[in-house]
Every structure is written in C-alpha cells, then in structure tokens.
Design a protein around this ligand. Structure first.
Ligand SMILES: [Ca+2]
Ligand SMILES: [Ca+2]
Length: 320
C-alpha cells in the first residue's frame, strides 16, 4: 500500500508542475509514418516514450525522424518509464499488469514481455547497467527501510537481486556512470527535496548536489570526453534540465525557460558525428511532447529544438 502511495506521490511530483505552455507549435509532417512504411532516414535513432493518447498509459516506439510510431505495450494496465537497452534491442518499463508496479523487459518491437520483479517489492526507475546484463531500479519492500524505495541491481531474468542503498530516505532514478561502477541516484527525506548522491557500489556514498530544490533523474553525458551528468531540477514549481560535473561542481542550465517546463532528460549522441543531444519532455505546446536539442544550444535553444511527438495527449519519459 505504501508503495502505491509512493507511486502516486511521484506522479504528483511530475504532474504538479505548474503548466503554462506557450501556445501550439505546428510542425510540418507530424509524427506517425507507419512502421516499415518507407521514409526513415539512415541516421534516425530509435526512441521509446510513455503516452496516454490511447486512454491509458502505454509505451510507444518512434524514430528520431518521427517515422515508425508503434504502441509496444497494448495493455489496459499502466505501462510507463521505458528505458532503451544499450544495444537498442530491448526496453525495460514499469507496469502494474501483474497486480503491483513491476519492472518488465520486452523486445524493442513489444515482443515477449517478462516480469523481472515478480518476487520483489514495488518497483520503478529501471535503467540498464553492466552493458545490458543487469538493471538498476528502485524497490519498495514492505517492512524494510521505513517502507521507502531503495536502489537495487538485478539480472535481466530477475535473478541475483542486490540491494545497493540501505537507509531511511526515498531513493530513486539510479543510473550507472559509464566505464566505472559508480551509481548516481536521487535521495531525500521528502519527494519535494531530493538531492543527487553517488557511490562506487558498497564504498563511498556521498551527496554531490544538495540544494533547496528537487534534483533527480540523472543521465550520463559525454561518457568518453569530459564526463558530466544531466538532471532534472524542480524549483518553485518549475522544472528545467541542468548539467553538472560528476563531482557536483558547475551546475548550469541546459534547457531552462520561464515560459515552459523541461523534464526527464536523457543524453544521447545521435551517431558520433552529429554531436551531443539531450532528449526530454516539455509542456511548451500546452501539452507534454518529446523533443531533443543540442546540449550547447544556449541562446539558440528555441531555434534548435527538434520536435518528436505532436499528439495532444501526454508524451513523456523518453529514452534512446
Ligand atoms: Ca497500458
Ligand atoms: Ca503531447
């Protein structure tokens, strides 16, 4: 029961942001050339996201050039929080179709969904780890850790569950920092004031971003050159995307506006030659849509935004 409350509280944290979109943006073409039906540029990157466009939350596939849109889950349950595997062949997501919130893994075409937390607690925040061999996730186990979610790692078949945090805080949205076994996640005594923490598993847990704001949903950025994190920051009911050094220094905005919110950032490179991009969801059109933008857009942010979804429903939580 407490796990459900945590789920609702998280949804409120996402949806409670004051929306004030800046009017509709019309983009030529629109999303939705049929799967496999012509089009699709050679450099298009596969993206998954959550949407309630069909009346309940489903996980959808679309390419970065907006072709190939497909409902991957097609289930009356709530299917959310998709995470694309490193080799782009699988998608981890959260579904309550089994009676509680669990992490499931399916093929990138929606095939063969498997519940990997059936025997564990209430699950959320899946992210891929160990080159796709394991997942990091949050698990709320009744009677443990003040009934608050902790960070765990698990094999993709549900075996070898390992508890990583062991405290009385809320612990959410873990990621692995590339090339090292350092986990970064959000932690805090209140969902309204989360901080970013970091540790080599079992060794040196420390808070790296601690401010009177909610700092969470980290994503690793430029893993090979000058590694940094991007994250979602919520201050005074407004959400923006920031970047920060992996030790917490030099926090600065990447996608920030006084007229719209930007949430759930994921870093990507769109192919090595194309540079560094952040994929995220924003309410700038008056409803939540998925966009990406070069990380160094700066003053040219609005001109450099690339729209991926344009459905009036809520399109959020992208991954690529
Ligand atoms: Ca569903
Ligand atoms: Ca939308």
């Amino acid at each position: 029961m407490k796990g459900l409350l945590v789920g609702f509280a998280l949804a409120a944290l996402t949806l409670g942001i004051a929306g004030c979109g800046g009017g509709g943006t019309t983009t030529p073409g629109g999303e939705g050339a049929p799967p496999g039906g012509g089009g699709g540029s050679a450099t298009a990157v596969p993206i998954v996201f959550e949407s309630d466009r069909d009346g309940n939350w489903e996980v959808y596939f679309i390419r970065s050039d907006r072709t190939g849109r497909q409902n991957l889950t097609n289930n009356p349950a709530s299917d959310t929080e998709p995470a694309m595997s490193p080799d782009k062949t699988k998608v981890a997501f959260v579904s309550d179709r089994g009676g509680k919130a669990d992490v499931w893994i399916m093929g990138v075409d929606g095939s063969n969904p498997q519940n990997i937390t059936k025997e564990a607690g209430v699950a959320g925040s899946p992210s891929w780890y160990a080159e796709g061999a394991r997942l990091l996730l949050s698990l709320t186990v009744t009677g443990k850790n003040n009934d608050r979610p902790q960070i765990y790692a698990v094999n993709t078949d549900g075996s070898n569950l390992e508890q990583i945090t062991d405290n009385q805080n809320f612990n959410l949205t873990p990621i692995i920092q590339s090339d090292v076994s350092r986990v970064t996640w959000a932690t805090g005594d209140s969902l309204e004031e989360l901080d970013l923490a970091s540790m080599i598993i079992g060794k040196d847990e420390r808070v790296i971003v601690e401010r009177p704001a909610s700092d969470w949903r980290p994503s690793m950025m430029t893993p090979k050159v000058r590694p940094r994190l991007i994250l979602e920051v919520q201050t005074d009911g407004k959400a923006a995307v920031y970047e920060v050094e992996t030790d917490g220094r030099r926090l600065q905005p990447v996608v920030k506006s006084s007229s719209f919110n930007a949430i759930q950032p994921v870093w990507g490179d769109l192919g090595q030659a194309a540079g560094s991009y952040v994929l995220f969801s924003t309410d700038k059109d008056g409803n939540w849509n998925v966009y990406f933008v070069p990380t160094g857009a700066g003053e040219d942010l609005l001109q450099k935004l690339v729209q991926v979804t344009d459905n009036p429903a809520n399109d959020r939580h992208p991954s690529w």
